[in-house]
Design a binder for this molecule. Structure first.
Ligand SMILES: C[S@@+](CC[C@H](N)C(=O)[O-])C[C@H]1O[C@@H](n2cnc3c(N)ncnc32)[C@H](O)[C@@H]1O
Length: 186
């Protein structure tokens, strides 16, 4: 019995460590406000042959809601997070999601991901534009946003961004959606 209690306490402390340690959570976990989901889905402008990547996806609030809206499309969703607890939660949620075939979950560091291997390769060159419609959803700390965008620009040619809560100072927004919090589309 004592051993069991120790295991529970250890697991509890380990989970707290995962959420508090800067190694696992350089950007703290705050889920997107549910009341803004409809506006975010509008801002993502979901369509066929599009890949949406949530960098720092948390428990998958946005990815799963967006994937529910594209059952009849072939839009792909990729959720990346560094926290193994949140990754496990997303894997569980994916199991029961009606559009799970289009959802990929990756445990990794958003600064180290090799994006080319994530998006689908075009069958022929003239389809490049059509299949490479890539949108990033970002809800990350403002002091990391610029570094992240610079990093993406170095690795990928064409992409659009939807940033929740924080504007990206180096980019001019196409549109700002006013919800509980602002949603910036670039
Ligand atoms: C503000 S939360 C946003 C969660 C989710 N995108 C949402 O909108 O509900 C930021 C997330 O980024 C994750 N994160 C922090 N640093 C990361 C890194 N280097 N690589 C991948 N994910 C990271 C955290 O674990 C956390 O879940």
């Amino acid at each position: 019995m004592i051993i069991f209690i120790f295991i529970i306490i250890f697991l509890f402390l380990f989970i707290i460590y995962l959420f508090a340690s800067p190694r696992f959570s350089p950007i703290p976990y705050f889920p997107t406000n549910h009341q803004d989901l409809n506006l975010i889905i509008k801002a993502l402008n979901l369509k066929n042959n599009q890949t949406v990547i949530d960098l720092g996806a948390g428990s998958g609030t946005v990815i799963f809601a967006a994937a529910s809206n594209t059952i009849s499309l072939n839009t792909k969703f990729i959720a990346i997070d560094i926290n193994p607890v949140l990754i496990s939660i997303m894997h569980l949620r994916r199991l029961f999601h009606p559009n799970r075939k289009n959802i990929k979950i990756i445990w990794g560091d958003l600064f180290k991901i090799k994006y080319n291997s994530l998006t689908r390769k075009p069958a022929c060159p003239e389809l490049v534009e059509r299949v490479n419609s890539l949108t990033f959803y970002l809800y990350v700390s403002p002091w990391l946003l610029e570094k992240l965008i610079e990093n993406l620009k170095l690795k990928i040619e064409n992409f659009s961004v939807v940033s929740y809560f924080y504007p990206i100072k180096s980019l001019k927004p196409k549109k700002v959606f006013k919800g509980k919090n602002n949603i910036y589309s670039y």
